[in-house]
Design a protein around this ligand. Structure first.
Ligand code: AMP
Length: 450
């Protein structure tokens, strides 16, 4: 089966050709025809199956078919649990809609709302949002959902786990009843059935068994190694296995630079790609990686979003991500659309907590490979340990909207602001001190501004 048999409009078809999608993944083949017919859908599928395109393509197709007169209004709302997922869905939609006059935006908490307000004022057709910030901006009257015709809840089970159900229900109450609604979830517990009964009308159900997911087509392995040996292990693997195209993930931009420099010293052709590199340097690295003249690309997660290379043979997690879903996105860079691929994760003495989170999310233990000279029992023995604070959520702001602490569980992932690090944290501290000072000087003013 190829995309042309799905009767998508030409601009979408052209975009898919350019992106390099040849045939639909199983969930796309199952879902797209029913969604084009206008049916509601309950989809059971995990990230990595191609479900973003499964819902985005038919919605874009319908929006292109029935363009709107007058100013842009939000016609599609996609809700999802995390900022990373919101950014990724938005990126994908932008790619698919590159030849359509349709504007999308991502909205999430933990960052200033000003740019989001500006974007909304300019006009948006598709809004991809996490529920907390969306509700904030609705209550401030920046968001009008009265023209929404397409509604998607993605990773609904995670949103419920994170305590978003009340926000979701409040948001649903703002959306017209006459709409097409889609709910995707990796698991279908009772709470999801209840929610789907309330929000879906006569839905078709699609379910992708784990055997056919992209993630399942990938051979994963795990290597326990001390932090100080990671570099040597990386060189060893690349020299031993001579992989064709390796994408190495590092936590920081600085780490990317260092690793690619060290690989170069070991005689391996490697380049870094991250946000501090100039556009020219990034394009050059990507072009060489694509055409096969560069063996190793060393990337941060953010930079890797723009990497659309279909034949990556190996993904190596030099550092484990602290968000489990990031691991799934990373390994999804290989084994595209059911093709096989190899991923290797390094786990050092400080990363046991991240490993547990990842294994819990993918619902399997990653097979351990001890057949290398740097295997460390000490790193393995720390699997039960908590990650050191300095690694946690580096430089990425608050993960959950503030009022979601109300579910009684404080996130143990501290943000910059909570740890008083980063520019915003310092600024806030400074203004707290100033307020204290002011209050001391004239206690009768008595007004607390912080
Ligand atoms: P998702 O489950 O939507 O996060 O998609 C997982 C990965 O598969 C993403 O990197 C997509 O770009 C890629 N992908 C989705 N559909 C296709 C397709 N039909 N052909 C090739 N790659 C795809």
């Amino acid at each position: 089966m190829d995309f042309s048999s799905l009767n998508l409009c030409q601009p979408l078809q052209d975009a898919l050709d350019e992106i390099g999608y040849v045939s639909p993944t199983p969930i796309q083949a199952q879902a797209i025809p029913d969604l084009i017919e206008g049916r509601d859908m309950l989809g059971c599928a995990q990230t990595g199956t191609g479900k973003t395109a499964a819902f985005a393509l038919p919605i874009l197709n319908a929006m292109a078919k029935y363009p709107q007169d007058g100013p842009r209004r939000i016609r599609t709302l996609v809700m999802c649990p995390t900022r990373e997922l919101a950014a990724q869905i938005h990126d994908n939609i932008e790619q698919y809609a590159r030849y359509l006059d349709i504007r999308s935006m991502a909205m999430f908490g933990g960052v200033s709302q000003r740019p989001q307000e500006r974007n909304l004022r300019r006009g948006v057709d598709i809004l991809v949002a996490t529920p907390g910030r969306l509700l904030d901006l609705i209550s401030q009257r920046y968001v009008d959902l009265s023209h929404v015709r397409f509604l998607v809840l993605d990773e609904a089970d995670r949103m419920l786990d994170m305590g978003f159900i009340r926000d979701i229900r409040k948001i649903l109450a703002q959306i017209p009843k006459k709409r097409q609604s889609l709910l995707f979830s990796a698991t279908i517990p009772r709470s999801i059935v209840d929610l789907s009964n309330d929000m879906l009308h006569n839905p078709v159900s699609v379910s992708i068994t784990p055997e056919s997911t992209t993630v399942e087509a990938i051979k994963q392995s795990l290597m326990f190694v001390m932090r100080s040996d990671k570099r040597d292990l990386l060189t060893y693997l690349i020299q031993e296995e001579s992989p064709e195209k390796v994408l190495v993930f590092c936590r920081t931009k600085h780490g990317c630079n260092r690793v690619s420099r060290q690989l170069g010293q070991d005689g391996i052709d490697a380049l870094p790609i991250h946000g501090n590199k100039s556009q020219g340097a990034r394009e050059n690295a990507l072009r060489r990686f694509r055409n096969g003249t560069l063996q190793v690309l060393v990337a941060t997660d953010v930079a890797s979003r723009g990497i659309d290379v279909s034949d990556i043979s190996h993904v190596i997690n030099l550092d484990l991500p602290n968000e489990p879903e990031v691991y799934v996105h990373r390994i999804g860079r290989t084994g595209r659309a059911g093709r096989g691929g190899i991923t290797i994760a390094f786990c050092d003495e400080n990363e046991g907590e991240y490993l547990r989170g990842i294994e819990k999310m993918i619902r399997q233990d990653i097979p351990v490979d001890e057949s290398h000279p740097f295997h460390s029992e000490k790193a393995r023995s720390r699997k039960g340990n908590k990650a050191p604070k300095k690694h946690q959520n580096r430089g990425r702001g608050r993960r959950y909207p503030r009022h979601h602490k109300s579910n009684g569980k404080r996130s143990n992932v501290k943000s910059n602001q909570q740890t008083n690090g980063g520019r915003n944290g310092r600024r806030r501290n400074r203004s707290r001190k100033q307020n204290k000072h002011r209050n001391n000087k004239s206690p009768r003013r008595g007004k607390r501004t912080s």
